[in-house]
Design a protein around this ligand. Structure first.
Ligand SMILES: [Zn+2]
Length: 186
């Protein structure tokens, strides 16, 4: 989804090196992101444009954090989300695709960075509207902080990736337990 891909542009090394990377500053990452989500943004971004997107990103992360803790965004946060969306008016357009299915698309009236920010904010607003809030997640590995939507049937997805973070945390728990067992009893 657009909103979580966007938040995850703030990358943290899940292996725990403490390294992090702002992928908004990486042209190759941005180019792929833009093409995957059909956004109208010209790369490379100016520093002002990066700053604008960073503001949106921190705001969205705060909202996700709150949702993960079981609370809806506050009234001020909803207002702020609406302000982000207001910067990108769209025209709705219906098309019939090859499978004879109606597809509604939203064409930005003033394509550009503001419109893209509005679209990202809109994708988050749509997730709040249509998704189940109890499925919003931040990876349980404290070094990772990856944001995702848990679409498993029993809502059991605790890590962004079971083979990576899930496995790493299992190994850590195992080592901690072993260390505890090998310490002399007092
Ligand atoms: Zn993770």
């Amino acid at each position: 989804m657009l909103w979580d891909d966007f938040i995850n542009s703030e990358w943290h090394d899940w292996r725990g090196s403490g390294r992090s990377e702002d992928r908004l500053a990486r042209e190759d990452w941005l180019t792929e992101f833009i093409s995957e989500h059909e956004l109208h943004i010209a790369v490379p971004l100016t520093s002002d444009e990066q700053e604008l997107l960073r503001q949106l990103r921190s705001f969205l992360r705060i909202c996700v954090q709150r949702i993960v803790e079981g609370t809806l965004p506050s009234r001020q946060q909803v207002e702020e989300l609406n302000r982000w969306m207001a910067t990108g008016p769209v025209i709705r357009q219906l098309k019939i695709d090859e499978d004879q299915k109606g597809v509604l698309s939203y064409i930005p009236q003033n394509p550009g960075l503001q419109a893209a920010a509005a679209e990202i904010a809109g994708s988050f607003a749509q997730a709040i509207e249509q998704g189940e809030l109890s499925r919003f997640r931040i990876c349980n590995n404290p070094d990772c902080l990856w944001v995702y939507y848990d679409d498993t049937r029993n809502r059991s997805k605790r890590y962004c990736d079971d083979k990576m973070c899930g496995n790493l945390m299992k190994v850590r728990r195992f080592r901690a337990k072993k260390k505890q067992q090998s310490e002399p009893q007092k």
